[in-house]
Design a protein around this ligand. Sequence first.
Ligand code: SAM
Length: 319
Amino acid sequence: MIDRFHRNVTYLRVSVTDRCQMSCSYCTLQEEPREVLSAREIGELIRVAGGRLGFRKIRLTGGEPLLRPDLVQVVEEVVATREIVEVAMTTNGLLLAEKAEALARAGLRTVNVSLDTLDPARFRELTKAGSLEAVVEGLRAAKRAGIPRRKLNVVLLGGVNEEEVADIVRFGGEEEVEVRFIEHMPMDDSRLTSWRVDPDMVRAKLRDEFGELQPIATEKSGGPAELWLIDGVRVGFIRAISGPFCDRCNRLRVTSEGKIRSCLLSGGEVDLAGVLRGGASEEERAVELAALFQIAADAKPPVYELMRDGAVPMRQVGG
Ligand code: SAM
């Protein structure tokens, strides 16, 4: 699907729940949980997105996707649309050990596990729930289950984990996962300066530790990460703040309650749930949904406006 700035929108991030066991200091939800789309409704959206509009990649996110009892069914619904070539999930990993095999069988091919620190006490302090050990077990279970692409999402937090970056790269090598250092996006202005970490400083630190970093070429149409090979580990930097990638943004987001959000940071939502739950035939619904997707794509701003709408409900939107 082409938007009005000629960007080819092919990647849909679907928040499947706004619930989470963790309360990460930088990712809090103030609102009450709402009614979420059913697996069948998500399947219908994906048929329209993949079958009619050219979407090729789906990421399930949240909230914490593994809290959904019917997550395997959601993956099956997504995989059933054969135009979708990549089915991915972002998770905190706490429940991954018990669910990895069923998810792999259902067709999940990429899992991003969020882990910001390797220090158990710091992990508890940051997340207020769960154990580092369970997350690491989850990562290992994903490997045993044969999920081929496994990544670690690490949000860089000044004064919290910036001294750990070399250890995290080594950990990535040991566990055979790609590491993604993500620039923290301030959702309110209170931590704007205290959590700021310059990704270039992080790269310099890694160069001191491991020697010259080898860039990995990425297609211009590829994802937002700048990729490097460090000590044999693929390491990506996602610089949403210091190096915005809006000009090649290829994504839309569906919130857990069934709205398309045009941009993570700049708002603009179009409701799909009303159509999904309306009385029209499936064909009529598909035509209406396709038109709503186009409206949402055309509402994508050329460049995001940070905090224009105040705090972003990250869990509901899906990060
Ligand atoms: N519960 C899942 C998890 O923990 O990965 C999925 C949802 S979470 C909102 C998705 C990703 O967004 C996580 O990797 C999280 O670290 C990241 N995230 C949340 N708030 C953020 C912020 N303010 N800046 C940058 N990344 C953030």
